[in-house]
Design a protein around this ligand. Structure first.
Ligand code: SAM
Length: 255
């Protein structure tokens, strides 16, 4: 049966690629690399560099796919994402059929960070299998997520002792505010500096383009560092052509 490997490649630094990921990279005949548009071209290049650097045992092919556009006309965010996943599933299914030998082909998706975290690849593969037309088996190889990279760079534990953590998105932070029932909040997928909507005294540990040459780290009391984060975010976007940031928020200990 066809085999698919979903390989977490870490969030930026090629040194984040694990030994298990290197073994998996050396098993695949074909790598499916999703191009998400011009400003993300660098992310395609990083994936190709990882293949060049770590694949020593075999010849392989790279097949680039173009990401479908999300339909802004769809009324809700969830509907938009569902329809986008369906389009991606159609594209991936056609590629799997066309590019992988039905009995022994092995293909791989190189997933940024870890495949379990804000990534649609696993859902899409399940969607394809549920249609019952294209058969394959698949394995998931974990990667170093941007949350782990952020915590390591700030030399900070993520949880308070015995405390709880909420991982959320910029969109949810704006909608719900800072949750009462989490000591630490980790925010991802925030294109709009959503931390500016918080009016409480919190500490922030922020990082952009972690693991790359343009990485920037800032930490401190949110009120004090908000402007420098906004400026740094703009600067890194200009120099790299793309910016991804993740941050950790913690209420200041009550005195
Ligand atoms: C689509 S999600 C993918 C997350 C990924 N699967 C992971 O494990 O980190 C993209 C978000 O991850 C975070 N992210 C990914 N790479 C990053 C990096 N190198 N530096 C800072 N944040 C990053 C950002 O919050 C970005 O908006």
């Amino acid at each position: 049966m066809r085999k698919i490997l979903v390989i977490g490649i870490g969030a930026g630094d090629p040194d984040y690629v694990t030994v298990q990921a290197i073994k998996a990279l050396n098993q695949a005949d074909v790598f499916f690399i999703n191009d998400k548009g011009d400003d993300k071209a660098e992310l395609v290049r990083i994936r190709k560099d990882i293949c060049e650097r770590y694949i020593t045992d075999r010849t392989y092919r790279i097949v680039e796919t173009r990401d479908p556009e999300r339909d802004p006309a769809l009324p809700s965010y969830l509907e938009g994402v569902e329809s986008w996943h369906t389009q991606r599933a159609e594209i991936y299914e056609a590629l799997i059929q066309a590019e992988l030998d039905e009995t022994e082909g092995c293909g791989a998706f190189l997933v940024w960070g870890d495949p379990s975290l804000y990534d649609s690849t696993l859902r899409i593969l399940e969607q394809i299998l549920a249609r019952g037309v294209t058969r394959f088996d698949y394995d998931v190889i974990p990667g170093i997520s941007s949350i782990q990279a952020l915590a390591a760079k700030h030399r900070s534990p993520i949880n308070e002792i015995g405390g709880s953590i909420r991982v959320t998105t910029g969109r949810q932070l704006v909608a719900d505010g800072l949750p009462d029932n989490a000591d630490t909040v980790v925010v991802m997928l925030d294109a709009n500096c959503s931390f500016t909507t918080i009016n409480e005294d919190v500490e922030i540990s922020w990082g952009a383009n972690l693991g790359t040459d343009q990485e920037i780290l800032i930490s401190g009391t949110l009120r004090d560092v908000t402007d420098s984060i906004k400026r740094a975010r703009d600067r890194v976007k200009q120099t790299s052509g793309w910016v991804m940031d993740t941050y950790l928020l913690r209420r200041q200990p009550r005195g």
